[in-house]
Write a protein that binds this ligand. Structure first.
Ligand code: WQD
Length: 338
């Protein structure tokens, strides 16, 4: 009996593999390497001291998925696989709907054929859109999303809700991530974005290591304490631990359950920059630039439901996230491709 992790070679997937193995779970990993490198899984196996079956396969490859489900008894699926760059999704919407939405439909169809009807889905706070006030709660309205990437997450949530209505044997646990940052304490695995990072923390760490010249702070005129954007940064290892709890929940419940995975605490861009500099004794030069289209001032979670129903709570602080991000970046200046 095993847990299938789609996209298990990626940033959050690789950290989740380690936590599942630590918890004694058997895992099978699938990835198409579209946004991940084989070295990440080699290091996961090194850190966990365990090996596991791996399939280089796209979730749209129906026959490839069938072969995997024929070879292994899969209890539940943690579904990370998908494209996730907000800006790119605006340029290539069809690629995002094909990969993320069609791929998930194919995955669920093959799962059902194989009698596997439990899925933990990697969703995102982006489904809350621009109009809900923070702290964001799971019962708030969703769908008023400003980009195709976020819309694919919203659509997949709705698909999984419909599947659970159609067949009461199904379980779908929808995890809405806030802003995952940080890295495994070993510094051996971490976030390795393709090209110039879109997200704040990898940009900060690449400036600190000298790969990029300076950080552009996208606006300092928001209605926030220091004028810069406020987000709910969560340590990727805390996030991974949330998935271990979520899969246990999926194995013992049916129907749909939605959880915010965040800390419940907001942190501004400048607070994160300053925390990173102080924690690591490095300089992060920055300039203030115009606001980025689609950004909101403030976004942070109410994580109470996950604590109540999953028995999960984030335990790491911003200083831990900064130290662990820097350890990964300084030990791997060019990510997995040294
Ligand atoms: C954080 C803050 C920026 C870069 C996105 C996705 C979301 C999720 C997490 C996948 C904002 C500011 C950023 C920079 C900056 N991804 N910033 N200079 O936009 O909150 O969320 O990533 O699920 O779906 O939307 O994260 O890291 O891009 O930005 O000033 O070079 O940092 O304006 O205030 P975001 P982010």
């Amino acid at each position: 009996m095993a847990i299938l992790i789609t996209g298990g070679c990626g940033y959050i997937g690789s950290h989740t593999c380690i936590e599942l193995l630590k918890a004694g779970q058997e895992i099978v990993v699938l990835d198409n390497y579209d946004n991940a490198k084989p070295e990440a899984l080699r290091r996961v196996q090194e850190l966990a001291g365990k090996t596991f079956p791996f399939y280089e396969c796209d979730i749209r490859d129906e026959e490839g998925l069938r072969r995997l489900f024929a070879a292994h008894t899969i209890d539940a699926v943690i579904h990370f696989a998908g494209l996730k760059a907000v800006g790119e999704s605006v340029q290539k919407p069809l690629a995002y709907y094909d990969n993320n939405v069609s791929g998930t439909v194919t995955l669920c169809r093959v799962m059902a054929e194989a009698g596997c009807k439990r899925i933990v889905f990697s969703s995102s706070a982006t489904v809350y859109g621009m109009s809900n006030p923070s702290p964001l709660k799971e019962d708030m309205p969703t769908g008023a999303v400003t980009n195709p990437y976020g819309r694919t997450k919203y659509i997949i949530e709705e698909i999984l809700k419909d599947v659970c209505v159609s067949d009461p044997e199904w379980t779908a646990v929808l995890l809405r991530y806030f802003n995952p940052i940080g890295a495994h304490e070993s510094g051996r695995i971490g976030e390795d974005p393709n090209g110039i990072p879109n997200n704040l923390m990898p940009y900060i760490s690449q400036v600190a290591i000298g790969r990029l010249e300076r950080l552009a702070v996208f606006g300092d005129d928001y209605d926030t304490p220091d004028g810069t954007g406020v987000r709910d940064y969560i340590h990727v290892v805390d996030l991974a631990a949330g998935h271990v709890k979520a899969v246990d929940y999926a194995l013992s419940h049916t129907g749909v359950e939605i959880f915010n995975l965040g800390t419940g605490t907001g942190c501004s861009v400048l607070e994160l920059v300053n925390a990173f500099q102080e924690a690591n004794g490095v300089e992060v030069p920055y300039t203030v630039a115009p606001r980025r289209a689609g950004d909101i001032a403030t976004c942070y979670s109410d994580p109470a439901k996950a604590e109540k129903l999953l028995g999960w709570k984030a335990v790491r602080h911003v200083v831990d996230m900064c130290r662990d991000s820097w350890r990964w970046q300084s030990q791997n200046p060019n990510g997995y491709e040294d």
